[in-house]
Design a protein around this ligand. Structure first.
Ligand SMILES: [Zn+2]
Length: 813
């Protein structure tokens, strides 16, 4: 095991070490291990002591410092103690290291379709030492020379710098620009590629050979979004993209959406959409591509000094991507932001792990991984939108340009950026930062009589100014007027004409909980409101009302099912269908779930009949129907290719939805193996695992829990598939006995899994479908167990918070 780097250790080390150049030599075998040799040349304070990192999981680990071999006592907890440093030093470290199967470090994926081996490296947040020796902290940047030997002739190698030479199976990359360890990467294997050039930049798209057709179908859109985003950023930032080639590798088993490695971004390959995708999903992918591109400046060129300023990366990438993609005219990506990203952030900002956007107190590297959440993304981006309205776009951009100019290739903090804006002419930034960056939780904006009221959370008081619009609507939902309002106090008179309904923040421009002037049950049908941004605010108001037990899950579901047939924005329809699925499951008493699920299936059927053939609405409706129907005969007919609605082809993704549902309805699980025969791919392997875990018998559930905890050979995606299908809301009675066994298994799970995987397995597999006082007590006891110190605390607290919300919402009127 390795010790997580503490902030004070990072500060001390940065005082001692500097001017680092790394030569990394990798020999990538086809077995379970690879050879890693690193030569670190660095300057240091003479006579000082410090440490470097190399994985504690290695074998034959050797290190020489300035020619002297280090003895065994220099190695412990993933660290190499370095004593008596010279002014100029050479540290040589060699080790045999295991490939990873958890989507971190040097991850190996064996394609289920053709048996080919693919490798990629994910160093964020502290996984770099699992594949090369380094000083693993963001403010010790180094230049890199990579030499990589591959096991097969048809392999290619890509990394943070362009390929400089290739001779047989040996590849050399050019010397890189200065890089933080967390974004050093490598992509190796028989990857299929497509390339293009734009504005002097070589662009390349990579994917596994078995999904080449999907890559080719998406290539034109991906290249165009990349070109448009480069043009926009070059104009906005005044600094050209500085990392040479721009490779985008679409990789399997990826834990996040994507990772912004300079010059060689990796993205989850689901976004190549092997099945049908809605336009909203394609637009959201454009946002993802633009997000990683923004990071080439925010994060890669200028990097935060420590993890507590993660917002300097994520809030900006999030804000810029939505701004730039919306500006291209493809779609108003802010609607997608409002209905998906903001809800993610609101839940986090009001949850047990809430923290300020900046200065979030991350005392060690692992702890800060927990803050890699919707607050750093969605709340941060919302705060930046408010900042732009406060200081003006010109000052905002001028400050950014001097920030890039001043801190290029180095590190900076929030204070450095605020100073750049102040020099550019911004005023009142200290106050703004105190209110928006340094204070957690959300204000509530509501209408009382003719007043607009701002309710500040008592435990986290902040004086946030909100620049918003207030709209007046008729009882049918028609917009009568809209006025700009700057909220500066806790109560101010609204000088507006009379209206049946007043909606604060009707343009969805700020970060606040919003309550319109009427209670939820008296709102007009939300889909009748013309502006999608206002609908987002009203739907999010329902979600927030449920969270605060102002309305019951039954009422929320009624309102939603009433509104959905008229909804016209595909991103809203998809998000609200998903929420309706959630509402009809865990949120309801077990006895009400079947009826609610049937109603949802009815609405999905109604949407399907009304939708134009081939439309996004039709696809969203089919997916929802496949996940909710009780009509096994219909599923069999569709799987046989008969009687499908015009405009729908049952592609492989839809087929798996049908198979999963059939299995849940009690069909012979043999159908899973048959389908996997037909779809013998890596995606099919995960889908089959999902379906197998959903088989409604006690033995299957037991076997699944056992695999989740004990299987050493399952990759992260198969583990997630098990976790998410263990306790299904419709299988409440079947899994009652399993709740205690789950709780008893968590200590073993926590000792065997780690990193990104563990928290997701804990929250994903938790028995939220058994929200009752007994489960609550079990979770509390579990959280108190002393053998659970560390990582599972936050996920357990989140599960507990969710159960509390469900229990109190059920008793709401
Ligand atoms: Zn990001």
């Amino acid at each position: 095991m390795s010790t997580s780097l503490r902030r004070d250790e990072a500060i001390a080390r940065a005082r001692v070490v500097g001017s680092i150049h790394a030569e990394v030599d990798l020999d990538l075998g086809l077995g379970d291990w690879f050879t890693s040799r690193t030569v670190l040349r660095f300057a240091a304070t003479e006579g000082a002591a410090t440490f470097a990192e190399i994985s504690g999981a290695g074998r034959d680990v050797r290190a020489l410092l300035n020619g002297r071999e280090l003895t065994a006592d220099a190695f412990s907890d993933g660290r190499i103690q370095l004593r008596d440093l010279a002014a100029d030093n050479v540290l040589e470290v060699s080790a045999e290291l295991p490939y990873a199967n958890d989507g971190e470090a040097l991850h190996r994926h064996v394609d289920a379709n053709d048996g080919s081996t693919y490798l990629y490296a994910m160093s964020f947040l502290d996984a770099a030492p699992r594949w090369f020796a380094c000083f693993d902290q963001p403010d010790l940047k180094a230049t890199y020379d990579f030499t990589v030997t591959v096991p097969e002739d048809d392999w290619i190698v890509r990394g943070n710098a362009p390929v400089a030479a290739q001779s047989g199976r040996q590849w050399k990359l050019a010397t890189s620009k200065p890089l933080s360890t967390y974004f050093v990467t490598l992509v190796a294997g028989p990857w299929a590629g497509l390339s293009a050039t734009h504005d002097g930049i070589r662009l390349e798209l990579l994917a596994r050979a078995s999904v080449r057709p999907d890559l080719e179908r998406s290539a034109e859109d991906l290249f165009q979004v990349t070109r448009d985003s480069f043009d926009a950023y070059h104009e906005l930032f005044g600094v050209r993209y500085p990392f040479g080639d721009y490779v985008q590798a679409f990789v399997p088993d990826f834990n996040a959406g994507a990772m912004e490695n300079p010059g060689c971004v990796v993205l989850r390959d689901q976004v190549l959409f092997r099945g049908a995708a809605t336009r909203a999903e394609v637009m959201s992918r454009a946002g993802l591509v633009a997000h990683e591109m923004a990071h080439q400046w925010f994060g890669d060129l200028v990097t935060m000094r420590w993890w507590d300023d993660l917002w300097l990366n994520e809030s900006f990438a999030e804000y810029m991507a939505h701004r730039v993609i919306t500006a291209t005219g493809r779609a108003d990506l802010w609607v997608d932001f409002g209905i998906t990203r903001k809800n993610w952030g609101s839940e986090a900002d009001q949850g047990p792990g809430s923290h300020p956007i900046a200065g979030n107190g991350a005392e060690d590297a692992q702890g800060s991984l927990e803050n890699f959440d919707g607050i750093s993304y969605a709340k941060g981006a919302s705060a930046l939108r408010q900042l732009v309205s406060l200081i003006g776009d010109e000052v905002f951009l001028a400050g950014l340009r001097s920030y890039f100019d001043r801190y290029a290739w180095g590190n900076a903090s929030a204070a450095d950026l605020l100073a750049c804006w102040t020099e550019a002419g911004a005023e009142g930034l200290d106050e703004w930062a105190r209110a928006w960056l340094l204070t957690q939780d959300m204000d509530l904006l509501a209408v009382e009589g003719t007043d607009l009221v701002r309710q500040v959370p008592a435990e986290h008081p902040a004086q946030r100014v909100h620049a918003i619009e207030v709209a007046g609507l008729s009882s049918e939902g028609a917009e009568l007027f809209r006025v700009p309002v700057v909220v500066t106090g806790d109560r101010q008179a609204l000088d507006v004409p009379p209206a049946d309904l007043l909606v604060p923040d009707a343009g969805d421009q700020t970060w606040a909980r919003v309550r319109p002037s009427l209670p939820a049950a008296r709102l007009p049908r939300i889909s009748a409101v013309a502006d999608p941004a206002t609908r987002v605010v009203l739907y999010n108001g329902l979600r927030d009302g449920l969270r605060h037990a102002e309305l019951s899950p039954t009422t929320a579901l009624d309102l939603l099912l009433d509104s959905l047939p008229g909804e016209t924005a595909p991103s809203i329809t998809s998000a609200m269908l998903a929420w309706a699925g959630d509402l009809s499951g865990d949120w309801l008493e077990p006895g009400l779930r079947a009826g609610a699920r049937a109603r949802l299936a009815g609405v999905a059927q109604q949407l399907l009949v009304a939708a134009a053939p081939g439309s996004d609405e039709q696809l969203a409706a089919v997916r929802s129907l496949l996940a909710t129907t009780s009509d096994a005969a219909l599923l069999r007919v569709w799987l046989a290719g008969d009687d499908l609605p015009v405009g729908i082809t049952l592609d492989q993704d839809l087929r798996w939805l049908a198979v999963h549902r059939l299995v849940m309805l009690g069909t012979d699980p043999g159908v899973i193996d048959q389908e996997y025969e037909r779809d013998h791919t890596s995606t099919g392997r995960v889908a089959a695992r999902r379906a197998r875990t959903a088989v409604p018998d006690a033995a299957s559930k037991q076997a699944a829990l056992d695999l989740l905890v004990n299987a050493a050979d399952l990759g992260n995606y198969e583990l997630y598939a098990i976790a998410e299908n263990l306790f299904l809301p419709e299988q409440h009675d079947l899994t009652t006995e399993l709740v205690q066994q789950w709780a008893d298994s968590i200590p073993a799970l926590a000792s065997r899994r780690g990193g990104w995987v563990l928290p997701r397995l804990v929250t994903g597999s938790a028995p939220s479908s058994h929200a009752d006082p007994a489960t609550r007590q079990l979770l509390e006891e579990l959280a108190r167990r002393s053998d659970l110190a560390g990582p599972p605390a936050r996920p357990l607290a989140e599960v507990l918070a969710r159960i509390d919300q469900v229990l109190s919402a059920r008793s709401a009127g």
